[in-house]
Design a protein around this ligand. Sequence first.
Ligand code: FE2
Ligand code: FE2
Length: 293
Amino acid sequence: MVFQGTAGFHGGAPKRITASVLPSNFGSIRMRILFIGDIFGRPGRNIVKDRLPGIVRDHAINLIIANGENSAAGFGITPALAEELFELNVDVITTGNHVWDKREIIDYFQMVEGNGHGPARRVLRPANYPADMPGSGVYEGFKGKIPYAVINLQGRVFMASNDDPFRTADRLLQRIQAKVILVDIHAEATSEKISLGWYLDGRVTAVVGTHTHVPTADERVLPNGTAYVTDVGMTGPYDGVIGVKKELVVGKFLNGMPVRFEPATGDARLCAVVIDCDDHTGKARSIERLMLS
Ligand SMILES: [Fe+2]
Ligand SMILES: [Fe+2]
């Protein structure tokens, strides 16, 4: 089953098109980015493995970025799981508040020394964490001859207190040379995410939201050329509550007792967006939302 929508900026209101796929030869002259929402546990990893080659082919994808903060049974990501995603041709992995759930990721981040483009360097944690934390929140690389950058930020509303994501973005953008720049804003509050989208409009290619695990239908290209969506949605089991077995979460709401959360298993879906942009200016032309099962 496929549910999709697309929005583009053509000088007027965002336009909705219901075509299932775009012509694959668009990719020869365009930079087309696939961003996959929070990959949750084995169901999420398996559906990425099953569907990614077809998405890359049908949507002429050049660059693949995925949020992997829930890859390890919902809690964090291990080096082995990160490398499993890299073997599937994911270029950069972003994370969020669950990044430290598996301690091995700290050692992995510390392996980066001297290898600025190796796998460990291509796993990010939010850039607005305290400066002396392991890892990095920005990656700058090349896809073919096209320079690109990925910035990972975390919100502060209803989340742990971190540095200001807005001014962190300002600081990072002062030194980034690439025109093609994707920002993953991992945040709870829709208002904070939408505000960051407007704040960065015209300065980055895309601002995509993650963390809530619920996709939003507000994808659009903002007036100055930044593709935006409040939340890409989870890639994982939807027969649950944001990835967790539903009876455990419902029970916690009913009785408030502590409970060990276990990942749900059924109804795996892959949620992502495809962003088409001009590699010379970095401006987005369109953003298309995907939900595949
Ligand atoms: Fe998540
Ligand atoms: Fe999160």
